[in-house]
Design a protein around this ligand. Structure first.
Ligand code: HEM
Length: 353
């Protein structure tokens, strides 16, 4: 009934029925939120009531019984795992640690495009961006690129099978990767090359964040990062490039900004990012129109609650229509579908070409 693009169908329905709608998805009561004001009530004012996730089948099989971050039910484990990921895996220190690797991969990517351009041969930019992000993510998590185990193609093969079979295939790969890291740990003497090394140290110390960590926790968190980190970044880059190609004047302004901030004689570095305000705006604008998770990840209420006179029973599923929020006429003006809007006032204004 909702079609291939449910966020669009739900956004249309919201124009008739309003920014908060009640639907039944099979037996499950679902609330669909489609305006920034209502989203704030669910995600900020009453965030604790809606912090949990529904127990869906895919999450059971692919998260080792909801031991990952995205589908863990709200509670002490939910809190601890977030703290652990923020402090131990995604800290500034860890992100900096992988900077040389990211630089090397990016350099390789730029060289590839340059040589194709010199030969005047066509190149599939989306596919290349996809493998660039993939290579970076694998190295950050596991310390190697995917060509070692071919995890992705096995996963794609596995997608045609039943969820249970797929989870077995993935588990086999993750077990092998952990075994290799356990073997190498003896010679590394506490040194961390990647996220698995960090998780192994935490498993050994077993005091961190009051959580007893075992292999299943490690596998669930790694799978979460793999699923959450790869296609998201790739999609954002794809859409941003597509929008720049559709708006050549904006592309020109991005090029001018790069020329001024970086020059033409060296590659852009991560340290240049604070100087690239216009590029940042373009990326944000692209993410507004093309959010990677248009309905976010579903939430589930943990208790009955009444918000602005609407009664929402415990265990209701909540879908936040992020795609509709980015097009809300009250927030973004009546031409919210346009790539460029007044809200991004900038000295280099870029009218629609
Ligand atoms: C441009 C890149 C990215 C975008 C646009 C993006 C977007 C999102 C969105 C929209 C959600 C759902 C939030 C919600 O339902 O409340 C999410 C969740 C998540 N993302 Fe990302 N993400 C990106 C990159 C990454 C990366 C690189 C990682 C990890 C290495 C990551 C890890 C996660 C995790 C673990 C969650 C679940 C968090 C939770 O349940 O609280 N994401 N992301």
């Amino acid at each position: 009934m909702l079609g291939d693009l449910p966020h669009r169908t739900l956004s249309q329905l919201a124009q008739t029925y309003g920014p908060i709608m009640y639907l039944r998805l099979g037996l499950v009561p679902a609330i669909v939120v489609s305006s920034p004001e209502w989203a704030e009530l669910f995600l900020k004012t009453h965030d604790l009531v809606f912090a949990s996730r529904p127990n869906i089948m895919a999450s059971q099989y692919l998260s080792y019984g909801r031991k990952n971050m995205s589908f863990a039910p709200y509670g002490p484990y939910w809190r601890n795992i977030r703290k652990l990921c923020t402090l131990e895996l995604l800290s500034n220190l860890k992100i900096e640690m992988f900077k040389p690797m990211r630089r090397k991969e990016l350099l390789h990517y730029v060289e590839l495009i340059k040589s194709s351009a010199a030969r005047r041969s066509a190149i599939d930019i989306s596919a290349k961006v996809g493998s660039l992000i993939e290579d970076m993510t694998y190295q950050m998590l596991f310390g190697f690129k995917d060509d070692k185990f071919n995890l992705k193609s096995s996963m794609q093969e596995g997608l045609s099978r039943r969820m249970k079979d797929l989870s077995k295939i993935i588990d086999g790969f993750l077990e092998k990767i952990i075994d290799e890291h356990v073997r190498d740990a003896k010679t590394l003497q506490g040194q961390h090359r990647d996220f698995i090394d960090v998780m192994l140290s935490l498993m050994e110390s077993n005091e961190t964040h009051q959580e007893h960590l075992d292999r299943d926790n490690t596998k669930a968190i790694m799978l979460d990062m793999l699923a959450a980190g790869m296609d998201t970044s790739t999609t954002v880059i794809d859409w941003t490039i597509a929008e720049l190609l559709r708006h050549p004047r904006c592309l020109k302004l991005v090029q001018e900004e790069l020329e001024n901030a970086v020059g033409l004689n060296r590659m852009v570095e991560e340290k240049d990012l604070p100087k690239l305000d216009y590029l940042k705006m373009v990326i944000k604008e692209s993410m507004r129109l093309h959010p990677v998770a248009p309905l976010l990840i579903p939430r589930e209420s943990i208790e009955d609650i009444t918000i602005n006179g609407y009664f929402i029973p415990k265990k209701s599923r909540v879908l936040i229509n992020n795609w509709a929020l980015g097009r809300d006429p009250n927030s973004w003006s009546s031409n919210a579908e346009e790539f460029y809007r007044k809200v991004y006032q900038y000295q280099h204004r870029c009218p629609r070409t």
